[in-house]
Write a protein that binds this ligand. Structure first.
Ligand SMILES: [Zn+2]
Length: 65
């Protein structure tokens, strides 16, 4: 059995029924997790708003005085 990392609910995943990269959802807390390895199963939280660029590191170049 695989437990939800967030709330420890049983995610009901069988190791031989899932693939790496698959996304699973917890019915209890609603969190999504990506399966990064299947032997043993390891889960990584999915961050939904990943494509927003919060920092533009090179934006302040070229303003010497
Ligand atoms: Zn959960």
């Amino acid at each position: 059995m695989v437990a939800c990392p967030e709330c420890e609910n049983d995610l009901d995943i069988e190791e031989d029924e899932v693939d790496e990269g698959e996304i699973v959802s917890c019915a209890e807390c609603g969190s999504d997790f990506e399966i990064i390895t299947i032997n043993p199963i390891e889960l990584k939280p999915v961050e939904e708003e990943e494509d927003e660029e919060e920092e533009e590191e090179e934006a302040e170049d070229g303003d010497y005085s």
